[in-house]
Every structure is written in C-alpha cells, then in structure tokens.
Design a protein around this ligand. Structure first.
Ligand code: ADE
Ligand code: ZN
Length: 365
C-alpha cells in the first residue's frame, strides 16, 4: 500500500479543527447569496479557481478569518458548516472529532449564542445519524477579548453542557497569556468542562505561556505547543500528567517558516502524546490526511509511528472509555492488517504515562 493510501485507510481522530476555519470559499459564497449579504473583501478578492488568501502569520491570518464569518447568520448556516466539515472528515476515515468553535466571533456581531450552538448541534446530529461519525464541541474564548467577556460567554454556555464538552482559548496570543483567563478556566473546571488552550508556535514568551497553561491552569490538553521541545522540565511535567499536544503541520508551515516536523517527531519519540490535526483546513488547504502526509513526507517517521499518533489521539480524546477502547481496537486491527505483528522492540515508541482522558466519561459522547 502506498503512503497516501495507508494514511487514508487509517482510522483517525481529529482533535484540533476550528469549525469557523472550515468555511470554504464556496460555502461562504452560498451563504452570502442565501442571506443576501455582500461577500467579505478577502473572499471577493479570490477567484473561483481557488487562488489563495493573503496572510503570512497568525495575526494576518486572523485579519482575513474573522471578517469572512459575517456570512454566518442563522442556525441553518452553522448546521451547514458543521455538516460540510463532518462529511469531509468522514470521507477521510475520521471516526471521532472534537470541534472548536468561537461563539464570541458571532455574539460580538449580534448573532445570539443559542443560534450558534443549536445550529452546530443540529449539524452534528445530522452527520452522526447519516454518517455514523462521532463529534462534540469545544468552546473557545477569544484571548484578545476581555476576561469578563469570556466569563459571560461561559455563563451563556451552561445550558449546553450536553454538547459542549470542554473549553479552549484561541485567537491572537501576543500579550494575551493564559493567566489572563485563570479565573474563567477555574470556573469552567468547576462546571465540569475539560480544558485545552492554544499555545501557538514561536510566540513571544512561549515557554512562560506553556508553563502557565500546564501548571497554573492545569489544562488537560495543549493545542500546538510544540515549543515545549525547548524545555525538558516542562516535557517531564507534561508526560507525568499525561497531557497531550494537538499539532498541525500544515498550519505551522503557513503561519511560521517551518512545519515543525522535527519537533513533533522528537516529542513523539520522547513519549509525549502528540497528535496530528488540521486547524483551519479551508484556509490552510489540508485536512487530516494531508497533514499526516506532510509529516510523513517531511520526516523519517515510520508507519508504526503514524499509527502511534492516532493511538495518542484516541487516548487523549474526551470520550467514554467504552468508545475509546472500541476505536483503539479498530486501530490495532488496522495495524495488524497493514504492518503485521510488531517484532519485539522494533520501531518501539515509548508509552506515555496514563493521564487525563483515560477515565473521562463525557455526557453525550
Ligand atoms: N483561531 C483559528 N485558528 C487559530 C489558530 N491557529 N491559532 C489561534 N487562533 C485560531
Ligand atoms: Zn487552532
């Protein structure tokens, strides 16, 4: 089996994808027409044949990303966005997804919180029923907005705990450290939400932010976070607590000068629970298979290690033990079928310590 077919056939979990980052130009055009709205400027600048957006780092990416969301108005729009992504994920053999969404990118322009969540929830239900794919929502706070606005958003989310399994932190990291939101995450943990947060690539004070996320906020996962490779102490804490990283090679290559393959592989070989994901696939032009392939083609990662990346993803996913065991068994069967039984010690990847996720049973998951 060639490498793209091997990656494509592998059962996978997607733990780092922004629903708003799945808004393709063609869906955005459809929604603009349906809602009788003008196309946002960066979209009107794209031709229909798929020229690319203009951005070169996180800040300039976000300047394109948020204005495009103006086409999302009704619950049906949000449902369609979720269905479009989940259909693509299903076609790439993704079995389970944990989907980020940014309610403040919508409430700040007058779309009510329930319109957003009910829409995404309806889309997830349709995809679950028609495709059998498993999915849940992670609500992200915009870190360049105030902690008070994040707290108010947390309060808005309380009636939706059946579908929102955790909370995260995204948007522009510069001058917006995790500690700014310590009280919000403390309350979220009290309310039973699991916690993840972006520690984006090569940001100023990146190790301080990682340390705050891991030790002060006690995050259950970190999104990106590959700069942790610079700190043996933080790696030791991460492993001891079983905290996983959701890495996104294509996104890295677009918002920084490098896809960070060497760093991801180094962490994997040190026994950190790293995973490979898509981030904002409509903008970065790569879903999970293309991200796995990017890593595989740019490093000497073995096929068993590619499977280990997915074993990590199912292990750190926020699903019931029953579901986790089922997915892990399916992955082991795939490994046996494609690579045979492993020779003792050959291609060995050190097992991470058991940690968060192992015992997590999530409502509705
Ligand atoms: N929002 C959407 N994609 C993001 C990313 N890669 N980093 C921070 N915030 C985001
Ligand atoms: Zn992200």
């Amino acid at each position: 089996m060639d490498l793209p077919s091997f990656i494509s056939a592998m059962p996978k979990a997607e733990l780092h994808v922004h629903l708003e980052g799945c808004l393709t130009p063609s869906l955005a055009r459809q929604l603009a027409r349906r809602n009788s709205l003008p196309l946002p400027p960066s979209l009107s600048a794209l031709d229909e044949t798929g020229s690319t957006y203009a951005f070169h780092d996180l800040t300039t990416f976000l300047q394109v990303y948020y204005p495009n969301l103006s086409v999302l108005q009704t619950s049906q729009d949000f449902a369609d966005l979720a269905i479009t992504y989940l259909s693509k994920a299903h076609a790439q053999n993704v079995k389970h997804c944990e989907l980020f969404f940014d309610p403040q990118a919508h409430t700040s322009r007058g779309v009510p919180f329930p319109t957003v969540v009910r829409g995404y929830q309806a889309g997830i239900h349709v995809a679950q029923r028609s495709l059998g794919i498993s999915a849940s929502l992670i609500m992200c706070f915009l870190r360049d907005q105030s902690a008070e606005y994040a707290m108010a958003t947390l309060m808005d989310s309380l009636p939706f705990k059946d579908i929102i399994i955790g909370v995260g932190l995204d948007s522009d990291e510069r001058d917006n450290p995790p500690s700014k939101f310590a009280a919000v995450f403390q309350r979220a943990a009290k309310e039973g939400f699991l916690i993840t947060m972006h520690c984006d690539i090569d940001q100023p004070n990146t190790l301080t932010h990682l340390s705050q996320a891991i030790t002060e906020i006690q995050a259950d996962r970190i999104d990106h976070g590959t700069n942790i490779v610079e700190s043996p102490e933080l790696i030791a804490t991460l492993k001891q607590r079983g905290v996983g990283l959701t890495c996104c090679p294509i996104s890295n290559s677009i918002v920084t000068a490098d896809f960070k393959g060497a760093e991801i592989l180094s962490l994997l070989r040190q026994g950190v629970r790293v995973t490979v994901n898509s981030d904002d696939p409509a903008y970065f032009r790569g879903y999970i298979n293309e991200n796995m392939l990017k890593l595989a083609e740019g490093t000497d990662v073995t096929r068993r290690e590619l499977i280990q990346l997915q074993r990590n993803a199912f292990s750190i996913s926020w699903i019931s033990s029953w579901k986790r065991n089922h997915f892990l068994q399916t992955l082991s069967e795939f490994e046996r079928k494609t690579l045979g039984l492993e020779e003792e010690g050959a291609g060995e990847v050190k097992e991470a310590e058991p940690g968060v996720g192992d015992e997590v049973v999530v409502n509705g998951a």
